[in-house]
Ligand binder design. Structure first.
Ligand code: HEC
Length: 149
């Protein structure tokens, strides 16, 4: 056997281990991409969402969705990058098992890629994490007023 053309056993072992790690990593990535933030259960979102809505001011929220650039994507017109907010509260609590409207809205803002509403693209930035608690509360309270007209 010509030893020079063979990969030495220790190198082979390292290569096999690297390949195994890569496979495990890819599987974890693929299977975790559709899960909620592992730290927060639907009940956590529901409870926190209700708390925020209770302390929110919807009139401030109406200003904030403009100043925080939400309305750049969330417009009533056709061709809007994101869904219109009009009517959102009517279905917010019906889309995901275990989520109330408040919980759904909170998760949509904090972790937008977890669930994509109505085949919209995964293009919403996680702006919610840059908002103060009060700003988030105000926006949540505003969204909770958005029944279909
Ligand atoms: C760059 C575009 C963009 C910006 C800016 C943006 N969003 Fe979104 N948003 C989207 C898209 C696209 C979706 C639909 C896909 C999804 O569910 O993540 C969405 C979904 C949502 C949903 C769920 C909608 C539904 O009808 O179920 C909520 C709530 C929401 N956004 C709130 C906000 C708030 C609040 C802000 C501002 C702090 C904001 N978004 C800023 C693009 C955007």
């Amino acid at each position: 056997m010509n030893r020079k053309t063979l990969i030495s056993p220790p190198v082979l072992l390292v290569l096999v281990m690297l390949a195994a790690i890569t496979v495990v990593f890819v599987i974890v990535l693929l299977t975790s991409s559709n899960e909620t933030d592992p730290g927060m259960t639907p009940d956590d979102y529901n409870a926190r969402g209700a708390e925020l809505v209770a302390m929110g001011n919807s009139e401030n929220g109406a200003q904030l969705i403009v100043s925080k650039t939400c309305t750049a994507c969330h417009r009533d017109e056709a061709g809007s990058v994101g869904p219109s907010f009009t009517g959102i509260v009517d279905y917010a609590g019906t889309l995901r098992p275990g989520f109330t409207a408040e919980g759904y809205l909170l998760e949509s803002i904090l972790d937008p890629g977890v669930y994509l509403y109505n085949n919209y693209s995964n293009s919403m930035p996680a702006l919610g994490t840059q908002l103060s608690d009060q700003e988030l509360a105000d926006i949540m309270a505003y969204l909770m007023t958005q029944h279909a007209q």
